[in-house]
Design a protein around this ligand. Structure first.
Ligand code: GTP
Length: 597
């Protein structure tokens, strides 16, 4: 296709502002798929994505559009992941296109996540077309939202297109704006191949599918190509485009977006942001900005039923095939037996993987407290990257500890501002900025990542009744007064409950933890001390009193089937418990005890 007839774009939007609905409309309006084949929301492929209302893997679609000027254009839409954990993937998708539609719900306004993504688009030098969606709703207020876009983002919104992705109003204008306002891609056909690896995923029939944007040169079936980040060679056995179903083509030229397959077995062998070139006489300089995936949040995953360890290994192996940013290694815990220490891009990523293991593989899991990577500097000069509080060396040998910090941007209606500031303050946050846009405040905080990984987002949603939006990025490491807090139940340390805390907060956290555990652990026939300790020093203590009455006595002499039922119930309950010395701790205790409220 001629470069001047190509337009490549992405859609930037906050969750629920209508990205998928709009994409579907664009596809439908151009007749890319017959209406009767149109499944609701074509772009979101996975169930979990649908349920959680987020887009995890980038998808793409190629649309042919006959414009009002009589010419037919090829429009390539790249769908970007919508969550903070995937900021790097978003940045690569943005580099693969020349423009963005900024979709804002005209009944709501700009959200923190929209801001983060639109800044990525601006960084990538995009031409940006603002689209005000949901104008069919009575609460729609285009003037206010257009003004807000200008105030907060600083782009011209005077020509924002007013759209209802629901009724189809404004869709034609949107297509025309894409053709008229977005630039055509640049590129040279007679140069060595230079293509960006934008995304990849595993397909059971075709192996790994690689989404590429051709910058220069031509990609053809049968070619041998080189992935520059790791110098691996691959024989291209298929290339094609998404309409949105896969369609095989003969070649992809400069400016085009499509896929290749090359009998690649693992998604791990393909790295987002990598440069693909010819195996010989390829391009000399790779595309800038490539970064290998770096997990930042770690936790242990253990099967509730230890007999399911091999099943868990299998599930994790399979998931890892399709997810290069998820890392794992075997872990043994005195408390929980065999399991895996896993690394994730962020909390949401962790939740998605955990849900998939439980749901798709039917394995009940115990998840230990999420932890970040601490830099532990030893007195002898050694530096340790600590992924697991259980591995914390003896404090007397430690010189100092550094923890990762983030910069968080929160947008919130005025009335909840006080609660948000308190929450950030409670989590050791340092306020950096506070500005207003209409009736909403934008606060920027410097926070320790560790204070955010557990339940910050849930708390934020609950104190603001869901009206706040949140976005963050890592800024670096800083030294602080950090210690390892251990928990002892009946004098046995429970390694899965140990955590790194700030010294000033240790007492409070320890007390809260002991109180929680006291409620969560059922009473036994004997008294159980529950303690929190730093080093050898106990900082909090509760005692769970002994059970007095023999409850099973009731069963004696009673109806035999009722007795059996009770015993079965007990057994089922037992499976969800873990034994520590003589004490049974229920599975929920591990997660609940770590929540701070
Ligand atoms: P994620 O895929 O979760 O990121 O959300 P999204 O931005 O893709 O939003 P989606 O298209 O799923 O739309 C969110 C909700 O808004 C859905 O219930 C849509 O039916 C509804 N919606 C989208 N566009 C319009 C519109 O123009 N008018 C009205 N009334 N509802 C709309």
């Amino acid at each position: 296709t001629e470069l001047s007839k190509i337009r490549n774009f992405s859609i930037v939007a906050h969750i629920d502002h209508g990205k998928s609905t709009l994409a579907d409309r664009l596809i439908q309006e151009t007749g890319t798929v017959e209406s009767r084949d149109m499944k609701e929301q074509l772009l979101d492929a996975m169930d979990i994505e649908r349920e959680r209302g987020i887009t995890i893997k980038a998808n793409t679609v190629r649309i042919d559009y006959k414009a009002d000027d009589g010419e037919t254009y090829v429009l390539n839409l790249i769908d970007t992941p919508g969550h903070v954990d995937f900021a790097y993937e978003v940045s690569r998708s943005m580099r693969a296109v020349e423009g963005s539609l900024l979709v804002v719900d005209s009944t709501q306004g700009v959200e923190a996540q929209t801001l983060a993504n639109v800044y990525q688009a601006i960084d990538a030098d995009h031409e940006i077309v603002p689209v005000l969606n949901k104008i069919d709703l009575p609460a729609s207020d285009c003037d206010r939202v257009a003004e807000q876009i200008e105030d907060v983002i600083g782009i011209d919104a005077s020509e924002a297109i007013q759209v209802s992705a629901k009724t189809g109003q404004g869709i034609h204008e949107t297509l025309e704006a894409i053709v008229q306002h977005l630039p055509a891609p640049a590129g040279t056909r007679d140069a060595p191949l230079k293509a960006m690896l934008v995304d990849s995923w595993y397909d059971a029939y075709l192996g790994v599918i690689v989404l590429v944007r051709i910058m220069d040169g031509v990609l053809k079936k049968g070619m041998r190509v080189k992935f520059m980040s790791n110098d691996t060679l691959h024989h291209v056995d298929r290339i094609g485009v998404f309409r949105p179903a896969m369609q095989v083509v003969d070649e992809l030229g400069p400016g085009e977006i499509g896929f290749l397959t090359a009998s690649i077995k693992q998604v791990r062998d393909t790295r987002v942001g990598d440069t693909i070139t010819n195996d010989r006489n390829g391009c000399e300089v790779a595309l800038p900005g490539f970064k290998p995936a770096q997990p930042v949040v770690f936790c242990g995953l253990f099967p509730v039923d230890s007999a399911e360890f091999e099943d868990l290994r299998d599930a994790i192996d399979k998931l890892a095939l399709n997810d290069a940013s998820f890392s794992f290694e075997m872990e043994t815990s005195a408390a929980l037996g065999f399991g895996f220490r896993c690394g994730f891009l962020g909390l949401l990523h962790l939740e998605v993987i955990r849900d998939r293991i439980e749901r798709e593989y039917n394995i009940e899991l115990i998840t230990t407290a999420p932890s970040v990577i601490y830099h532990v500097y030893m007195k002898d000069g050694e530096k340790i990257d600590l992924h697991n509080p259980a591995d914390m060396p003896d404090m007397s040998k430690v010189d100092h500890i550094e923890e990762p910090r983030i910069k968080a941007t929160i947008l919130v209606p005025d009335e909840y501002l006080g609660d948000v500031l308190k929450l950030c303050q409670d989590r050791r946050g340092i306020q950096e900025d506070l500005t207003y846009a209409g009736t909403r405040a934008m606060v920027v905080y410097d926070l320790p990542l560790n204070e955010v990984v557990f339940d910050f987002y849930d708390r934020l949603k609950s104190v603001t009744k869901g009206y706040a939006s949140f976005d963050y990025h890592l800024t670096g490491y800083r030294e602080d007064n950090l210690v390892k807090m251990s928990v002892l139940v009946n004098d046995e340390p429970v390694d899965a409950l140990s955590m790194m805390v700030h010294r000033d907060r240790a007492e409070m956290r320890g007390r809260a933890m002991c109180e929680k555990l006291k409620d969560l652990i059922p009473r036994h026939m004997f008294k159980i001390p529950i303690q929190a300790a730093i080093g050898g020093k106990v900082i909090a203590r509760e005692t769970l009193s002994a059970l007095r009455k023999d409850v099973t006595a009731k069963c004696y002499g009673g109806d035999a089937s009722r007795k059996r039922k009770l015993l079965d119930k007990q057994k089922a309950g037992k499976k969800k418990m873990r034994q520590f010395g003589k004490v049974d701790i229920p599975q929920e205790a591990f997660i609940s005890a770590l929540k701070m409220d």
